[in-house]
Write a protein that binds this ligand. Structure first.
Ligand code: OOG
Ligand code: MG
Length: 241
């Protein structure tokens, strides 16, 4: 069953076609949903992608409220999801992608080595971007793409920096890193704990996305998307069709 559900989600992503929710009918609880997620990620690895890190999800109230699920979740990042800073996201390979501003950590010796402004592209494989907690866990927490800006040492006051999301030069979301569990470093600690609890140790060079500080915004062809994090700088991409 786990493998059949992973196949369904994998096909949905590969063909950019939304599918109905699956967790309730399959009786998936969160631990079984993480098994599906693992099987789903293994399909990417079998195609030659490599693990690149871990993403935290629903670490801010803005995000929990937007999707109606209020539990911290985590997913896997692969190199195939990475978009160069200033690069292009191909919308023809997305179902109904959204962008959200994030903070990224670089891992060395299981600890934080550096921090960067980041963007995540989420693209739920479920119709209407609508899911339950086990659905979104099975779907690798909607992970689709990510952009990391320039790395720098962790600055003073990381726990309360202004965050902006801009689309085509207009500010569309504003927030603070304080929205991320009170301090994004708590999201890093949660990544160590939650991924570790499933046997995934953070490796040197891996990236940890702390979770969005604001709600996500839908993407349209031609959109130029930029995250600005006070003291950290910017990360950007362009959405193309
Ligand atoms: C789930 C993924 C949440 C975040 O930063 O909170 C997430 C979703 O919103 O589809 O990536
Ligand atoms: Mg996110």
């Amino acid at each position: 069953m786990i493998s059949e559900l992973a196949d369904r989600l994998d096909r949905a992503a590969l063909t950019a076609t939304a599918i109905p929710r699956l967790a309730a009918a399959a009786g998936l609880d969160p631990p079984a949903a993480y098994d599906v997620q693992r099987a789903l990620v293994e399909r990417r690895l079998a195609r030659g992608e490599r693990l690149a890190g871990v993403k935290m999800g629903l670490t801010s109230r803005a995000k929990m409220a937007q999707v109606g699920v209020d539990e911290v979740i985590w997913g896997h990042l692969t190199d195939g999801m990475r978009i160069a800073d200033g690069g292009v996201l191909d919308l023809t390979r997305q179902i109904h992608a959204r962008a959200e501003p994030e903070v990224a950590f670089l891992v060395t010796h299981s600890a934080v080595e550096a921090v960067a402004p980041a963007l995540e592209v989420i693209d739920s494989r479920f119709e209407g971007f609508d899911f339950s907690l086990p659905d979104v866990i099975a779907d690798n927490t909607s992970a689709s793409g990510f952009v990391v800006g320039p790395w720098r040492p962790v600055p003073e006051g990381l726990g309360n920096l202004g965050v902006l999301l801009e689309v085509n030069g207009r500010v569309v979301q504003t927030g603070s890193t304080a929205a991320i569990l009170g301090d994004p470093r708590r999201a890093f600690d949660a990544a160590v704990r939650l991924a570790g609890g499933r046997g995934v140790e953070l490796r040197d060079g891996w990236i940890v996305l702390a979770g969005a500080a604001t709600a996500a915004v839908p993407l349209n062809p031609g959109d130029h998307v930029r995250a600005v994090v006070e003291k950290l700088g910017t990360a950007s991409f362009k959405a193309a069709k």
